[in-house]
Design a protein around this ligand. Structure first.
Ligand SMILES: *Cc1c(COP(=O)(O)O)cnc(C)c1O
Length: 438
């Protein structure tokens, strides 16, 4: 089906054209522009529960959830009430509040590796600050990241592996000085030997390794236990700080996050997305000894006018009220299991090569004829992006909103009903049938 045939395309095309007049590319974050799948973005007017509504009132069952935060569904009454009450009390003070203490206490109680925590206004700020802190703490410059992992858009992290030597990273964005990129080593995800080789060569120069403990920005990859055990052991052996970037996986894959799933104690952890319930937020925390290097206690500078914003904190507190309810994550992951098992069955019936991966309230979808799931960025790139685009638009036309890219994960909320899941499967059945004929 041609994406330009959908009912509301004319309106969306007009709105997109208007947006482009004064917003670069018509969007405030690139993936929203649909470049990965073609066609025109849908303009959303409001959302509630599992659904978003476009400007003409067409509903979509939403599997993006604002890229993760909406684990309770959209406009959850308990969250909205907390935000309204907070707004009545004033939007920002630039002075301490007890709400910040409550959120810090809550996260430290749920995540034992976090002894001190500092709030920021975005995930990007959290990872950027964690890296500065790791450098300040160790007195070293080099950092290690993994191909296909995303940690926000700060200079040190917009780096890909160089074509030549391992240690010369190349900027993956214009505007990042090569002099910054050269301190970032990028190696293959989910490859224990690559970690050993990297530490054998540069071990005593490495300030930190930053990793998505479950990758959710190259579609979704659950790495092996050996990968994580190797990473922890090598960081410990060489005095490098292990940073788990749980901006996406934090409170998404389980109440104790991905670090509990693998039984790993990172030195620092970054959060974002869910902890602000949809308001702009981020946080980084970890070992007391490391965190005490931040100003005003130590010499690593980090600050923020709106950090710990009372609306975001009170939304986060309301979020934790519900996430900590007995059985919350079991119910969430049951829905994901039902959906992904049945998607795989329907694809198989239609003769389409399709695989899924999942953990807690997130999942990934791959169009591939391979018998095994993709294990790293190269293998994700080998999947069929054209088939994904066809699937995406077929689903969108049928009122199912997936991430507009084959390199993103999908998210479910507690508000997705059995009816939503079955409507999604019915849509997928129809789209797989069309794809099988093509
Ligand atoms: C979303 C994300 C970020 C960046 O967070 P922003 O709030 O968009 O700046 C960093 N790391 C990971 C793993 C993410 O998924």
């Amino acid at each position: 089906m041609n994406s330009n045939n959908s009912n509301n395309t004319t309106t969306n095309q007009l709105l997109f054209k208007q947006a482009k007049a004064h917003i670069p590319g018509g969007v405030n974050s690139p993936v929203r522009a649909f470049a990965g799948v073609g066609g025109t973005p849908v303009f959303i007017s409001r959302a509630r529960g599992s659904k978003m509504y476009d400007t003409e009132g067409k509903p979509y069952i939403d599997y993006v959830g604002s890229w993760g935060p909406m684990i309770l569904g959209h406009a959850h009454p308990h969250i909205i009430e907390a935000v309204k009450n907070a707004a009545d009390d004033g939007l920002s003070f630039g002075a301490p509040t007890t709400f910040e203490t409550t959120v810090a206490d809550k996260i430290c109680e749920l995540i034992p590796s976090v002894e001190l925590i500092r709030m920021t206004s975005s995930g990007t700020e959290a990872t950027m600050s964690a890296i500065r802190l790791a450098r300040g703490y160790t007195g070293r410059d080099k950092i290690v990241k993994f191909e296909g992992c995303y940690h926000g858009h700060s200079d040190s992290l917009l780096v890909k592996a160089g074509s030549g030597m391992l240690d010369i990273g190349e900027p993956s964005s214009k505007g990042v000085p090569a002099d910054f990129a050269k301190h970032t080593i990028t190696i293959r995800y989910n490859d224990p030997q690559a970690i050993k080789d990297c530490f054998a060569q540069f071990g005593n120069d490495i300030a930190c390794v930053i990793v998505e403990p479950i990758a959710g920005n190259m579609n979704m990859i659950v790495p092996t236990q050996e990968f994580h055990d190797t990473l922890r052991a090598e960081c410990t052996a060489h005095g490098a700080v292990l940073v788990f970037d749980e901006v996406m996986t934090g409170f998404r894959v389980g109440l104790q996050s991905a670090q509990a799933y693998f039984g790993i104690t990172p030195d620092l952890t970054t959060f974002g997305k869910i902890i602000g319930a949809g308001l702009p937020v981020g946080a980084f925390g970890g070992k007391r000894e490391i965190m005490e290097c931040i100003a005003p206690l130590g010499g690593v500078y980090q600050a923020g006018t709106l950090s710990g914003n009372p609306l975001a904190m009170r939304a986060g507190i309301a979020m934790f009220d519900l996430l900590t309810a007995e059985g919350f994550y079991d119910a969430l992951s049951e829905k994901v299991v039902y959906l992904t098992d049945n998607l795989e069955r329907l694809a198989k019936d239609a003769g389409i090569g399709f695989k899924t991966t999942r953990c807690g309230g997130m999942f990934g979808m791959f169009f591939t004829d391979s018998d095994t799931l993709p294990q790293n960025f190269d293998e994700v790139c080998q999947c069929d992006a054209q088939k994904f685009a066809t699937f995406f638009h077929g689903m969108l036309d049928r009122g199912v909103y997936l991430a507009p890219s084959a390199f993103e994960a999908a998210f479910i909320s507690s508000e997705h009903s059995q009816e939503d899941l079955d409507a999604t499967l019915q849509a997928a059945k129809e789209v797989f049938a069309i794809m099988a004929k093509a």
